[in-house]
Write a protein that binds this ligand. Structure first.
Ligand code: PHE
Length: 522
């Protein structure tokens, strides 16, 4: 019995791929990608997006999975194993996802509410509960956030193999089937569908501005869950046999496919049932939260009776996408807490999820105040509602910084024997456990050292320069994000630099101990 417990990690390659894809496919695919595509020139944007995935995203994805796999440990130890003084990057990328989980779970809670609401719709007015009335309420959004978080916690408590892998293997195929079915339905809604397709995909290179290129890179990071330790954490639970090259190809293709399908599910339906939204002065409503929680319910309302079912499956699909993402966000922190503090998984999960729930309360009120005009309590930071503030901080600064750190760690900080000569890098990486197909591998060796970090830097700096005229509040937000990075550095050197920060083996030891105790008691 103890034998089967010996390995705490993904049981199979496909289990790992589905879990990583589960993390990647999330709200970003469903409302971020379609909207940005429509805004920045349709297929032209898709092309740039795919280039970003190929040249930046996939390289950083290999880097992060490999960092985890070679360390077989949490993010802090993983970066520490590259260079002791660089462990702070591991702490930073461990904090970012916990931070994101605090607002992601609020949106997850909304989605849960709208799934349940599907069968209460009233014609034309859309659903019985509107985004405005729901978000203005001071306790409902909080309650649903907590239920959503509890679902995630249950899965995480099951461990990697018994919880995260098992759930992903069941949920991801369901998600895919639902989105394909809805896209097909949407494409067959009759006249107007082609208007939607035109709005979404017809290439308009004149709309692909520099902002569009920056948006494509940001979207690629966000969508592939990069720059926030997640892929390092998941990678650490993979075994020697896993082929990183093949895995990242499947993860990226799956993630991109779902993103494109999401647009095919949404815009043809808008074209057929609410074409007035394509008028330039209305198209603002086709992005962000408004699209999912306000426009879609209205469109489902216009579908007649079948709309209730479409609504149910659509929102349930988003719940699946969001749950499999939030478990990866939380797991990154949970892994560190287990391994550093030798805490049992259940306690660590409760601690991290509990903290996220607490922080999510003011976040829910803050965005509720912004949207629904809730007056019970509203919070603003630098003029932003808390959700936008946290999202801006993580998207604009922290994720690119995290992704840069992972490329930099491998390209420049890893054992010089491995990276000194780019022409030999591939062989050396192979000795270090990273086996890639020679064609991709050689590209990887050069990209990881020079091109990808430079591209991230250039696009980031250029992006900030184009924002130079933005409000003072924007710059405060950037400053605050950098402060978080500084805090990680200080805390790391004070608390973790000299001390052991644990590995997956420690986690296993805790598990075995618990197991033995149970047996002894029995
Ligand atoms: N990749 C997810 C998405 O596309 C979001 C996510 C971000 C998940 C950060 C985990 C971490 O929505």
């Amino acid at each position: 019995m103890l034998e089967t417990k010996k390995k705490n990690g993904f049981a199979s390659g496909i289990g790992f791929i589905l879990a990583a894809a589960g993390s990647a496919v999330g709200l970003g695919n469903i409302w971020g990608f379609p909207y940005k595509t429509a805004k920045y020139g349709g297929a032209a944007f898709v092309l740039v997006y795919i280039l970003c995935v190929l040249f930046i995203g996939s390289i950083a994805l290999v880097a992060e999975i490999y960092l985890g796999k070679r360390a077989q440990a949490n993010t802090v130890t993983a970066y520490k194993k590259v260079k002791k003084g660089f462990g702070w990057a591991g702490l930073l990328v461990c904090l970012i996802p916990v931070f994101i989980a605090c607002y992601y779970s609020v949106l997850g809670g909304w989605t849960l509410r709208f799934t349940m609401n599907s069968f209460q719709s009233i014609p034309e007015a859309g659903n019985a509960v509107t985004m405005g009335s729901f978000t203005a309420n001071s306790y409902e959004p909080v309650m649903y956030t907590i239920i959503f978080m509890a679902l995630a916690a249950l899965i995480i408590m099951g461990g990697i193999k018994g919880g995260i892998e098992k759930a992903s293997k069941v949920l991801m195929p369901i998600l895919f089937l639902i989105i394909v079915a809805i896209a097909i339905y949407s494409l067959t809604l009759g006249p107007g569908v082609e208007k939607g397709l035109e709005f979404y995909l017809v290439p308009k290179f004149e709309n692909l501005t520099f902002d569009g290129v920056i948006a494509a890179m940001g979207q690629a990071f966000y969508s592939l869950s990069l720059g926030m330790g997640i892929m390092v954490a998941y990678g650490s639970y993979t075994s020697k046999e896993i082929k990183i090259g093949k895995s990242i190809a499947m993860i990226s293709v799956f993630d991109t496919m779902v993103a494109i399908l999401a647009g095919l599910a949404i815009f043809p339906a808008v074209g057929a049932l609410a074409p007035e939204l394509f008028a330039p002065d209305n198209s603002g409503s086709l992005g962000g939260v408004g699209l999912v929680y306000s426009v879609l319910p209205m469109i489902f309302g216009r579908m007649g009776d079948i709309g209730q079912f479409v609504s149910f499956f659509f929102f349930a699909m988003i719940v699946i996408a969001a749950v499999t993402s939030v478990i990866s966000l939380v797991e990154t922190g949970v892994q560190f807490v287990i391994q550093k503090f030798k805490a049992p998984r259940k306690i660590a999960t409760l601690a991290v999820c509990g903290l996220c729930c607490l922080v999510s309360i003011p976040v829910a009120w803050s965005i509720g105040g912004e949207i629904g005009g809730g007056t019970w309590a509203t919070f603003k930071v630098f003029g932003y509602d808390l959700l936008t503030f946290m999202d801006e901080m993580t998207n604009v600064v922290l994720m690119p910084l995290g992704a840069f750190c992972s490329c930099f760690a491998i390209g420049w900080l890893m054992d010089e024997k491995v990276t000194a000569n780019p022409f030999k890098t591939l062989d050396n990486l192979k000795k270090d456990g990273l086996e890639l197909h020679p064609v991709f591998g050689n590209i990887f060796a050069v990209m990881i050292k020079y091109v990808t970090p430079l591209l991230i830097l250039v696009i980031e700096v250029a992006g900030l320069i184009t924002n130079i005229n933005k409000s003072v509040n924007f710059w405060f937000t950037i400053g605050f994000a950098l402060l978080l990075a500084v805090i990680s550095i200080v805390v790391y050197f004070i608390a973790f630099y000299k001390r052991d920060t644990g590995t997956n083996a420690d986690e296993l030891a805790i598990g075995v101990k618990t197991e033995e105790k149970v047996e002894a008691n029995a």
